[in-house]
Design a binder for this molecule. Structure first.
Ligand SMILES: NC(=O)C1=CN([C@@H]2O[C@H](COP(=O)(O)OP(=O)(O)OC[C@H]3O[C@@H](n4cnc5c(N)ncnc54)[C@H](O)[C@@H]3O)[C@@H](O)[C@H]2O)C=CC1
Ligand SMILES: O=C(CO)COP(=O)(O)O
Length: 377
């Protein structure tokens, strides 16, 4: 068993290793999603449930079923080979990971639900889960994105909480999945609302020597960092495709970070500045702008002078994996436009207008000539 929990300043919790097996019922974990990060999350969790007495060993992973070119179903292949050959080839998930294509069956006994699908599928998934889960289940969302409904914007953790009537924490960070899959060191941030003990339990479930997790009491701040940095990563990829160099890319990242903070604080006054210095903030922004999928596809878009669409390039370059930045830019644009804030967020606004073809990729650097009409804090 690992070192005892250490408290850092204020609301932070790091590296809790007290299993608590004697005082609570064993938890059963289900991972909802089996893409690139979903598979790595299942692997990470499964190695911990084997070691922690207060968790059942088995980790169930809901798979959006698909038929592979071989004619085999993905779920069968995962269970036979212990490998997600489509979304995480070459990595064993752990024999205690059980792939399940039946969503209802996958969640029915779970006491802890880990949501990790592309954000655009979550509304439909939540609707399917109503009445199918245990009422006191705890949830965490690893999903970077938001929904914009008629009533206004809704973070994915709120969508889960509101539709299912359950508590939902978030886990975000500088977490390029393929690097964590091969156990290279990284950090992550758990955001929680009120219940520190629940946050400690999530920290325990995810922490490992190569994956250091810190919890902060700022769900919205953590989730908005993870969500908004994908728009900045599109901008960074455009800069790469235009071969503008490192200084321009750094400038775009700085301006993007400033817009991330301003937008987050306008949306939720509770968002803390300190959250932007956690893994979910500046570290995730850097890693995604250097090595993420949003960056990669945006680079190709700029190299093609915007003549091939993001959808086409996503399908070709990501082979079934999904971009979040393009749809997030659209969703954020809708919020900005509804609230009359477009001119305050020139980078977010320009990214969307480039993605939909209203502006050329070169506009990403030209926009800065038009300074924000209002001073961003
Ligand atoms: N891959 C990464 O490095 C990281 C991803 N994330 C976030 O994790 C979330 C999930 O991403 P990944 O696991 O990487 O997924 P992915 O992009 O690798 O895979 C797409 C997934 O969507 C599924 N899917 C396709 N159509 C569907 C439908 N109609 N309904 C439900 N599922 C469907 C596919 O089966 C597949 O599992 C995203 O919000 C992403 O931003 C967060 C950190 C790192
Ligand atoms: O969120 C990520 C890293 O933390 C991954 O970003 P991409 O989806 O751009 O690959």
């Amino acid at each position: 068993m690992a070192p005892a929990q250490e408290q850092l300043e204020g609301e932070q919790i790091v590296a809790s290793n007290e299993d608590g097996a004697n005082c609570i019922e064993k938890s059963r974990v289900t991972v909802i999603g089996s893409g690139n990060w979903g598979s790595v999350a299942a692997k990470l969790i499964a190695s911990n449930t084997l070691k922690l007495d207060s968790f059942h060993d088995e980790v169930r992973m809901w798979v959006y079923e698909e038929v592979l070119p071989s004619g085999n179903k993905l779920t069968n292949v995962i269970n036979e080979t212990n490998e997600n050959v489509k979304y995480l080839p070459g990595i064993k998930l752990g024999k205690n990971v059980v792939a399940d294509p039946d969503l209802e069956n996958a969640v029915k006994d779970a006491t802890m639900l880990v949501f990790v699908t592309p954000h655009q599928f979550m509304d439909a998934i939540c609707k399917r889960l109503v009445g199918k889960i245990k009422p006191d289940v705890e949830a965490i969302s690893l999903i970077k994105g938001m929904e914009v409904k008629m009533e206004g914007p809704c973070m994915i953790s709120s969508l889960i909480s509101d539709q299912l009537g359950i508590n939902c924490c978030v886990l975000m960070g500088a977490n390029i999945a393929n690097e964590i899959a091969v156990e290279k060191f990284s950090e992550a941030t758990v955001g929680f609302r009120e219940n520190k003990e629940v946050a400690e339990r999530w920290v325990l479930l995810f922490s490992s020597p190569y994956f250091q997790v810190t919890a902060v009491q700022d769900v919205e701040g953590v989730e908005l960092c993870g969500t908004l940095k994908n728009i900045v990563a599109i901008a960074a990829g455009l800069v790469d495709g235009l071969e503008m160099g490192n200084n321009t890319k750094a400038a775009i990242m700085r301006i993007g970070l400033r817009e991330m903070r301003a937008f987050s604080k306008l949306m939720f006054s509770s968002v803390r500045d300190s959250t932007f210095f956690e893994s979910c903030g500046v570290a995730d922004l850097i890693t995604t702008c250097m090595g993420g999928r949003n960056r990669k596809v945006a680079e190709a878009f700029a190299k093609n002078q915007g003549k091939r669409s993001f959808d086409e390039l996503e399908a070709e370059l990501l082979q079934g994996q999904k971009l979040q930045g393009v749809s997030t830019a659209k969703e954020v644009y809708a919020v900005l436009s509804n609230r009359g804030w477009l001119e305050m967020f020139p980078l977010f606004t320009t990214v969307h207008e480039i993605c939909v073809g209203r502006l050329p990729p070169t506009a990403i650097v030209e926009y800065s000539e038009h300074k924000p009409k209002c001073c961003l804090a």
